[in-house]
Write a protein that binds this ligand. Structure first.
Ligand code: NDP
Length: 327
């Protein structure tokens, strides 16, 4: 495993992490979740990603039980939670980024995950109803109370992150260390354009999500079959619609040829492509089966195969490279 500093912070996270969205407490049994965490930890993964909103809190309960039963040393792993969507209840003060909810959500996550502190705590989305100042001050308080170690954002715009940093400088308190954006061969604008100044001037770290665009970039959907996958869940119709777009499937077919020429699976190829970006601190893997995770955990081996020529071919197929707006 390779370890990368989370931006300019001193924390080292595994270049490949493991997340629990849609899987823990939902799509997979607790036994499979336990297997997946064991496989990941044994391969050197030290970062496990979670959120209050995943399976309405159940995902954290499952992960907490596993962390406890595995008995891993607390200093050998990094665990996260995220606040915004609420857990089981969605009343007026049970979602969002107010001082009240951020504080209570942190207490809830600590309880569900059965840990004394969260290593990483993310604002899962921006909250248009709460001043950024209120959230930044609350996060700093949680750090001072020893309940969280680093805080960050997820799916915030560059302007919102910049404002959070400015507030933290005004008050001389601890600002956001990391952002969690979607990043994969289809979604590139934030990582490759919007955030460039934040990387250069503020050393922002990133833990990126959906590196396989929900499995699309494994190539398994080009035959149109969604059986035994997350897309078979009728509640995830919005996701199926997003994934099963004809132009996307066509690009995946073309990418498959590039991966075939290198003798690697498309999933590993697509993950290696994310890993190649030096502004990525950790690529969060998702998996519903042990075999998927075992395959994905070897993606670092593929990075050296991504030569300039291969990268050019990828750009030709994808046409998703953002035109730089900042420099
Ligand atoms: P991916 O895009 O990598 O999708 C993972 C899914 O793809 C798996 O669950 C599996 O689904 C399928 N898959 C994985 N590997 C393979 C393989 N080798 N061959 C075939 N299929 C494969 O990541 P996720 O969307 O799961 O996101 C990863 C993590 O990122 C989440 O767990 C979460 O922690 C975080 N996240 C954060 C968000 C945020 O807003 N901050 C939003 C979304 C995710 P299937 O069961 O269908 O086979």
């Amino acid at each position: 495993m390779e370890y990368r500093r989370l931006g300019k912070s001193g924390l080292q996270v595994s270049a490949l992490g493991l997340g629990s969205w849609l899987t823990f407490g939902a799509q997979i049994s607790d036994k499979v979740a336990d297997e997946l965490m064991g496989i990941a930890y044994d391969a050197g993964v030290n970062f496990f990603d979670n959120a209050e909103g995943y399976a309405e809190g159940k995902s954290e309960i499952v992960m907490g039980k596993i962390l406890k039963s595995q008995g891993w040393e607390r200093d050998s792993f990094v665990v996260s939670s995220k606040v915004f969507f609420g857990a089981e209840n969605k009343g007026p003060n049970q979602t969002g980024l107010s001082r009240k909810h951020v504080t209570e959500a942190c207490h809830g996550a600590l309880k569900r995950l059965q840990v004394d502190y969260l290593d990483l705590y993310f604002c899962h989305r921006p909250d248009k109803n709460t001043p950024i100042e209120e959230t930044v001050l609350t996060m700093n308080t949680l750090i001072e109370q020893g309940k969280i170690l680093y805080w960050g954002t997820s799916e915030w715009s560059a302007a919102e992150i910049t404002e959070a940093i400015a507030v933290s400088k005004d008050y001389r308190i601890i600002g956001p260390t990391m952002e969690q954006p979607q990043y994969n061969l289809f979604e590139r604008k934030k990582m490759e354009d919007d955030f460039l100044l934040l990387f250069r001037d503020h050393g922002l770290g990133t833990t990126i999500w959906s590196p396989l665009a929900s499995g699309l970039l494994s190539g398994k959907y080009t035959n149109g079959d969604v059986k035994d996958t997350r897309l078979a869940d009728v509640k995830l119709g919005w996701l199926k619609e997003n994934v099963m777009q004809a132009d996307r499937l066509h690009k995946v077919e073309k990418l498959q040829e590039v991966a075939d020429n290198l003798n690697v699976s498309l999933a590993k190829f697509a993950l290696a492509w994310c890993l190649k970006n030096p502004n990525v601190s950790s690529v969060i893997l998702g998996a519903s089966k042990s075999a998927q995770l075992k395959e994905n955990l070897t993606a670092l081996e593929v990075v050296p195969l991504l030569t300039d020529k291969v990268m050019e071919k990828v750009e030709e197929i994808m046409g998703t490279k953002p035109v730089l707006s900042q420099f």
